[in-house]
Design a protein around this ligand. Structure first.
Ligand code: UDP
Length: 225
């Protein structure tokens, strides 16, 4: 299989004889601080892939268009090939992370209406927060941006309900979208605790455990799975 692109913890491969599909392999690797801190915990790839596949199944079942087609082994998702839109869409139910660092909003503040924020997906620029005017000036179709927001809110409702059922609060998460060969807008990338904040009884069950050196992420992710 030919490597198409290599991210920080996942690699995307072409599938021989099928130009519309890709394999996304999850590695036993975790990074924080824009790749400045790295570790290689055993089973991490498998657990993230399986959580991601489980959540994509729920989202698909509810009619939200995604790139997810299935799995191949325990650490690989089979997906439609998409051109990733270089925007990170963050949904927030509770204040944590950058919104607390950058504003006067206190950590743990519950939002009545989920906040949707767009960031530029560009590590070299440290993924800055965007404004609507900036997004327009960058040439994005605002109808598609509106569609991403609607899909992000629907995904939030489904994920919140799912995590609520195991006693976890979905604090925030990041989504990525892409266009397939027919120019359809699809939810893409992954849905794992690497890109979410999940709290239970004052404890984190997400990548903050690694960022803050507060515990074993694979153990927490296995609990979720
Ligand atoms: N997030 C992510 N990748 C990024 C930036 C953020 O997966 O490049 C996730 C992060 O794990 C959290 C949510 O998006 O669940 C909101 O992140 P935030 O803006 O608070 O930034 P952070 O505190 O992670 O720097």
């Amino acid at each position: 299989m030919a490597l198409i692109t290599e991210g920080k913890v996942k690699s995307v491969y072409d599938i021989f004889n099928d130009e519309d599909k890709v394999h996304i392999r999850f590695h036993d690797k975790v990074t924080a601080g824009n790749g400045r801190t790295i570790d290689y915990p055993e089973d991490k790839g498998k657990v993230c892939c399986l959580i991601s596949a489980f959540l994509f199944e729920i989202i698909k079942k509810h009619g939200i268009p995604t790139h997810f087609l299935g799995t191949d082994g325990s650490n690989t998702m089979v997906c439609k090939k998409v051109n990733i839109i270089p925007l990170e869409v963050v949904v927030r139910n509770v204040a944590a992370g950058s919104i607390v660092r950058q504003t006067t909003i206190e950590e743990g503040t519950e939002f009545n209406w989920p906040l949707i924020e767009f960031f530029l997906k560009d590590d070299a620029k440290d993924d800055p927060l965007l404004t609507t005017d900036r997004i327009i000036q960058m040439g994005y179709d605002m109808e598609d941006v509106g569609e991403m927001e609607i899909m992000a809110r629907e995904v939030n409702s489904l994920l919140k309900e799912t995590f609520d059922s195991i006693g976890l609060t979905l604090v925030d998460f990041k989504l990525e979208f892409g266009y397939d060969s027919g120019q359809n807008l699809l939810l893409a990338d992954e849905l794992s605790p690497d890109g979410m904040r999940l709290w239970k009884e004052g404890k984190s069950f997400d990548k903050d455990l690694f960022r803050k050196e507060e515990g074993d992420i694979v153990e927490a992710y296995k609990y979720i799975l």
